[in-house]
Design a binder for this molecule. Structure first.
Ligand code: HEC
Ligand code: HEC
Length: 233
């Protein structure tokens, strides 16, 4: 009897130490826990592609696969947006510390991957880029901004910014309720190259916007916000 128990015990030990049970997946075929994924493609596809586009373009949110945007936006800002999100907009916070699903190293992989794949040195050589930061605080003038809009934007977005032949309604209060002031400024500077909106340099027919004109036209757009979006003033 004792010998039987010893034998059974030895067999149990032998089995427990053996990983190659038939039917069990090999260690390298096992699904990684979400916080263990370190491949840029997987992280981007799972967390970003739904809004920023599968190839970083043509999503509902701005193109990240855009050398002009990446020349304009400071990398620490890109990191902060990914980590802590943009409150009041659809951009979620991704850092674990902000309630999101990703570790700091995973966010590093995303920031580096976006830069390595989609940045192109010299994308805007020969032009001074208007300062990225701004929004409401950049000293824009609403009256002058209206004039900038008329000369630089209305041919696509319509005279009053409610939509025109080549662009949608951007002075629309329902649209403005979904985005931050910085997003408007980023868009005026970097354009939406994937959708046919030129960057601040224009598309040839007009002079590049000056930093003051950028601030002015953003101030005008911001002034079109309404306390109750969708309701006419
Ligand atoms: C050549 C045409 C053209 C010009 C000029 C133009 N846009 Fe656009 N803009 C577009 C297109 C196309 C889009 C893509 C969405 C759409 O169809 O409205 C767009 C998108 C936008 C968006 C929304 C971006 C987003 O992703 O939320 C804003 C804001 C905007 N434009 C503001 C401006 C302002 C301000 C100016 C002038 C400084 C301007 N646009 C000049 C064509 C243009
Ligand atoms: C649910 C949709 C959604 C998802 C998912 C999403 N974004 Fe965004 N993203 C947005 C929107 C909307 C904005 C504009 C926010 C604003 O108004 O400032 C934005 C803005 C950004 C900006 C800043 C653009 C600027 O103004 O300089 C970066 C960078 C960015 N997203 C990167 C990412 C990355 C990387 C991921 C994946 C980890 C991601 N986003 C996931 C919707 C999304």
């Amino acid at each position: 009897m004792t010998r039987f128990i010893t034998a059974a015990f030895a067999a149990m030990l032998a089995l427990a130490g053996c990983d190659a049970v038939p039917g069990r997946p090999r260690p390298d075929a096992r699904e990684l826990a979400p916080t263990e994924v370190m491949a840029f493609e997987t992280l981007y596809a799972r967390n970003c592609a739904g809004c920023h586009g599968q190839t970083g373009r043509l999503g509902a949110a701005r193109a990240l696969n855009d050398p002009v945007y990446l020349a304009v936006a400071p990398p620490e800002r890109v990191r902060r947006v990914i980590a802590t999100g943009v409150p009041g907009t659809a951009q979620p916070p991704f850092a674990l510390s902000a309630g999101g699903p990703l570790t700091d190293s995973q966010i590093d992989v995303l920031v580096r991957g976006i830069k390595d794949r989609w940045q192109r040195p010299g994308a805007v050589t020969g032009h001074q880029i208007p300062p990225y930061d701004g929004g409401r605080a950049a000293g824009g003038d609403v009256g002058r901004g209206r004039a900038v809009f008329a000369s630089a934007c209305a041919r696509c977005h319509g005279d009053d910014g409610r939509g025109g032949p080549r662009g949608g309604g951007v002075a629309d209060s329902s649209y403005l309720a979904l985005v931050s002031d910085q997003h408007l400024r980023t868009t005026v500077i970097a354009g939406r190259s994937d959708l046919g909106m030129p960057d601040w340099r224009g598309d040839g027919g007009t002079a590049p916007l000056t930093p003051q004109q950028v601030s002015d036209v953003v101030a005008w757009l911001v002034a079109q916000r309404r306390p109750v979006p969708g309701r006419l003033p």
